[in-house]
Design a protein around this ligand. Sequence first.
Ligand SMILES: NC(=O)c1ccc[n+]([C@@H]2O[C@H](COP(=O)([O-])OP(=O)(O)OC[C@H]3O[C@@H](n4cnc5c(N)ncnc54)[C@H](OP(=O)(O)O)[C@@H]3O)[C@@H](O)[C@H]2O)c1
Length: 264
Amino acid sequence: MTSPILVTGGTGTLGRQVVPRLRAAGSAVRVLSRNAHEAADGVEYVAGDLLKNEGIQAAVDGAETVVHCAGGRKGDDEAARNLVAAASRAGVRHLVYISVVGADRVPVVSSADRVMFGYFRMKLAAERVIADSGVPWTTLRAAQFHDLSLTVAEQMAKLPVIPVPAGVRFQPVDSGEVAARLVELALGAPAGLVPDMAGPQVHTMADLLREYLRSRGKRRLLVPVLLPGKAARAVRAGANLAPDRAVGHRTWEDFLAGRVLTDA
Ligand SMILES: NC(=O)c1ccc[n+]([C@@H]2O[C@H](COP(=O)([O-])OP(=O)(O)OC[C@H]3O[C@@H](n4cnc5c(N)ncnc54)[C@H](OP(=O)(O)O)[C@@H]3O)[C@@H](O)[C@H]2O)c1
């Protein structure tokens, strides 16, 4: 029997699009989740928690390849440490990681930086844990997913007047396209840090919101606010963008049209 590919976070926005693509490519798949799930469609589930360091060894044992999609707002570096320890013991031959465009370009120095942009520092720390683990690795940095832009827009649109970080731009990318790229990488040889993946268009945050509001028939007043700190300055200068890697195809407008149709 071929060894399964372990997908951490195989229940999340990205991971649940990685899993069926790996299945379609003929791989057996195992998913690590904090919750119990019944095995289905050739996918087995192992319960474990990367932050509590529980159940990881059982999830990793027997897997030659691990696609690490689990993540949260905090602790991805700690989770990576626990995962690579188990992966080393299990003799994993390829660890594929998903990071974020700009992880190495957004300086997180002050407490203001940490509150707003600590995510970038956490992702860079997790990248380093993986690169230093001794397990052969591949890391892809992706731009913000359309799904996250939508969640943010939905939250902000609950306000009658929306404060919008001035000068901040995004280059959102379709998570399904990122999933397809991760599968391609997982099925290939370890490649280290591969070229970034970002969406087809760069938008100001105000434009992303306007497009969302238009698609939902809503009207809101947008008020620009200038975010303080070095990290915000770097982001205003485009540290979170990869215009030369605008390889994603699906636009924000297309994504919204699809979501409005499914939500209707
Ligand atoms: N969203 C973006 O715009 C974006 C952009 C670039 C990179 N990324 C990266 O892509 C990855 C996936 O993001 P996503 O948007 O798909 O996240 P998501 O939808 O929030 O899913 C998070 C996943 O992580 C798992 N997870 C969380 N904490 C865990 C823990 N302590 N132990 C085990 N599993 C845990 C969850 O599994 P259970 O709930 O089943 O336990 C879930 O499957 C993350 O590393 C993120 O940083 C995201």
